[in-house]
Design a protein around this ligand. Structure first.
Ligand code: FAQ
Length: 328
């Protein structure tokens, strides 16, 4: 609840009234026993619908997430950093491939998913709607956005839907390299010249509020968490994951002599929980609904890529393509 009500809609995702109660009970029992659900198994329509929503949003986040760092490939300082940046961006797009394949097992085609992204019907992570003005912005994404993604994905990789969990296992292995790359780049700036330190501090100040949004709305106003936890699609609540992230990374940020732009951020020694200024959920809602600083630009780039690549897809799907011999 938020000021007396949730600011998000459940959009009928909780309606199980059409399901056979016996089947529902047997399904829940499988989940409670820790079994994996596979694509051909019986599942409630809402479980399918929720998974498509979540995996699809995750896939979109990976391809859109490649854009802010992608713009820094040509401007990365030095050949070594350019190579690493390029490899990271390529990995993110590969993660989208894995995730789209996992979502397809639930019955939604990749074409439909991409169309829903381009038309603004599907969401993707709030955080990629902010600009990466400097090289330090790109480094903060590589370190802290990847760190946040890993905390979320490590938890959900132990969830109930087989294809999603297997994709997450592979993604986490690669993300751990990204994290090391991002940390190395941040340490380089933090231990560099005063100008580099200033650039880094300013980037951190810019990215902190969207990073606190990144883990999703607080448990008091999240609409899907309760059902998704029961079905073990989410293995921890949004607040739990945010707390885990703060616990792991705030000390590391402070160790580098950097500050965070929240005067209320501190760990309560009695509860063991981090206290912070309540994120601005109205801004979050605006951004995820299309009105952030870069939403239009991000979708325009995706749309252009889709249009430019149409001839490749047409050629590959053409009946004549099957006669083309692969190169030896
Ligand atoms: N951004 O009821 P809840 C990455 C929406 S991967 C946008 O709490 P839920 C890798 C939510 O969809 C990053 N929208 O929702 C990388 C819902 O709206 P809807 C992506 C958000 O699903 C790194 C409404 O708010 N990771 O970064 C966000 O239970 C570097 C109510 O929220 C994943 O997608 C948000 N942050 O919990 C790439 C992980 N949060 O759909 C490049 C999988 C919430 O009803 C560079 N997803 N909303 O219209 C999840 O774990 C969950 O979906 C949450 C949200 C935790 C994101």
């Amino acid at each position: 609840m938020y000021g007396g009500g949730t600011i998000f809609e459940s959009k009928g995702y909780r309606d199980l009234s059409q399901e056979d109660p016996e089947k529902l009970e047997a399904f829940q029992a499988r989940i409670d026993r820790g079994e994996k659900i596979e694509p051909t198994d019986w599942m409630p329509e809402m479980y399918r619908k929720q998974l498509i929503r979540m995996i699809e949003q995750h896939a979109h986040s990976e391809i859109i997430g490649a854009l802010p760092e992608g713009t820094w490939i040509t401007r990365a300082p030095g050949f070594r950093r350019k190579l690493a940046q390029m490899a990271k961006v390529q990995d993110e797009v590969g993660h989208a491939q894995l995730l789209y394949s996992a979502a397809e097992t639930l019955g939604k085609s990749r074409e439909e998913m991409i169309n829903d992204l381009i038309n603004g019907k599907s969401k993707y992570s709030n955080i990629f709607n902010y600009p990466a003005f400097t090289w330090a912005d790109s480094n903060v994404i590589s370190w802290l956005v990847d760190a946040g993604a890993i905390v979320n994905q490590m938890a959900n990789a132990k969830g109930s839907y087989g294809p999603y969990c297997r994709a997450l296992d592979r993604i986490c292995a690669e993300e751990s390299f990204h994290l090391k790359y991002g940390h190395d780049a941040v340490v380089h700036l933090a231990t560099g010249s005063p100008v580099q330190r200033k650039m880094l501090q300013e980037a951190l100040n810019r990215w902190w509020p969207p990073l606190m949004h990144f883990f999703g709305p607080s448990d008091k106003i999240s609409v899907h968490t309760e059902q998704l936890m029961r079905w073990k699609v989410k293995m921890a609540t949004n607040d739990d994951i945010r707390q885990q992230f703060l616990d792991m990374y705030v000390p590391k940020i402070w160790e580098l002599g950097l500050t965070l732009p929240d005067p209320n951020l501190k760990k309560n020694p009695e509860t063991g929980l981090w206290e912070m200024t309540e994120p601005d959920w109205e801004e979050f809602k605006r951004v995820i609904n299309g009105d952030g600083p870069c939403n239009k630009e991000r979708l325009a780039v995706r749309k252009a890529a889709e249009e430019k690549g149409a001839w490749v897809r047409r050629a590959l799907l053409s009946p004549k393509a099957q006669y083309v011999q692969p190169l030896a």
